[in-house]
Design a protein around this ligand. Structure first.
Ligand SMILES: *Cc1c(COP(=O)(O)O)cnc(C)c1O
Length: 366
């Protein structure tokens, strides 16, 4: 049989080199049924399933409305446009985060201002953030890194609009409230290995109908009364129907992640030379990532674990401020980048795999 290079089967030899992958979607039979039902209906582009998913997600997070788009990056882009962030505006973001945030800022020609993180939570450090505020600061973008809510109490005290990035933290709680409820708007990603997936996808959520209306208008270009630059950022019903069936499993996904994290922490806390992740008072971590800090050489630790078949990664490929020739010095960001790594955690890990990860960690940190 001939196979195009886009078909996963053709590259299976390469992708199977790890016994335990770092991240992996959790797809069941009901997801497949949900998607095939949509395919058979002939309504496969943006339609009923997309608006159903928007309603499901805004109800779940607790915001008045939501607009689905084709990626988390698109969600960030349209949220920035709707918030009127533009050339000359400064936006504070952590450096220890994926480059999607930086891209979205450049799409609207805004200036990124990097703030340091807290070395225990890996989230924006409120005191450092405060130092970055100037007259030009238009917005603070707050990712809840790796599934743990940022310190929203302190961050919102600055009286500067906040855009929450919940791409890694859907369902996490801060002081009894779900993340996504603290800013003027919040975004989600449904990329393949995010908390729940639509393959690729994203969403903007808000209580402001005016903001949501702007995002909705910018998302597609057809049948508009006046011309302006718009985008084709639509989600398809094929994707949304996967999102709807994934959503039904969200509580069990979070429970499984927390269960694995609890087991990891019990077993790894006593080991020498590592520190397990924290869950500060008043927060509920969903453990999108399980990040360990080590006193040993990170290069050695990573290569040993990889040789044993465990795919481990740096939590952030490269801190964003490292991409610039003139750098601010961000002490904790730089230190965490040199000492922290991420081990496999996702709902489809089975008990044998969990035990294997623990055993290999024990061998490296004995
Ligand atoms: C994945 C991710 C994004 C980008 O989402 P895409 O759907 O991949 O565009 C943005 N922010 C954070 C924190 C993410 O983890």
């Amino acid at each position: 049989m001939l196979r195009g290079s886009c078909q996963k089967g053709s590259s299976s030899i390469l992708s199977n080199s790890f016994l335990i992958k770092h991240s992996c979607p959790t797809i069941d039979e009901d997801d497949i049924i949900s998607v095939t039902t949509t395919l058979k209906s002939n309504d496969i582009a943006q339609g009923r399933c997309v608006s159903d998913l928007e309603n499901i997600m805004s109800d779940f997070v607790g915001r008045r409305g939501a607009v689905a788009v084709n990626s988390g990056t698109s969600a960030l882009h349209l949220a920035l446009l709707a918030l009127n962030v533009k050339e000359g505006d400064e936006v504070i973001i952590p450096s220890f985060v994926c480059s999607a945030l930086l891209n979205a800022l450049y799409y609207v020609k805004a200036k990124p201002c990097f703030a340091d993180i807290d070395p225990d939570t890996f989230n924006l450090a409120p005191r450092d953030l405060k130092k970055r505020i100037t007259k030009k600061t238009k917005l603070i973008m707050v990712p809840h890194n790796f599934g743990l809510p940022a310190d929203m109490n302190e961050i919102i005290k600055n009286s500067i609009p906040v855009l929450e990035d919940c791409a890694q933290s859907l369902g996490a709680h801060f002081q009894g409230k779900k993340v996504g409820n603290f800013g003027i708007a919040s975004v989600l990603s449904f990329y393949a290995t995010k908390v729940i997936t639509t393959g690729e996808g994203g969403m903007v959520l808000s209580n402001s109908q005016e903001l949501l209306k702007k995002v909705r208008d910018l998302r597609d270009y057809d049948e508009k009364k006046e011309y302006r630059v718009r985008y084709n950022y639509k989600m398809t019903d094929i994707q949304a129907s996967l999102g709807i069936s994934q959503f039904k499993k969200l509580p069990s996904f979070i429970e499984k992640r927390r269960m694995i994290a609890k087991k990891y922490s019990q077993e790894m806390k006593p080991l020498r030379g590592i520190m397990v992740p924290q869950e500060p008072q008043g927060t509920q971590h969903i453990y999108y990532r399980y990040i360990v800090k080590t006193e040993k050489s990170l290069t050695n630790v990573l290569s040993k674990l990889r040789k044993e078949g465990i795919e481990v990664k740096k939590p952030v490929f490269k801190p964003l401020h490292y991409y610039f020739p003139v750098r601010t010095h961000l002490k904790h960001t730089e230190n965490i980048w040199r000492t922290a790594f991420s081990i496999p955690i996702y709902p489809s890990l089975n008990n044998g795999q969990i035990e294997m990860v623990i055993q290999k960690m024990k061998e490296v940190f004995s």
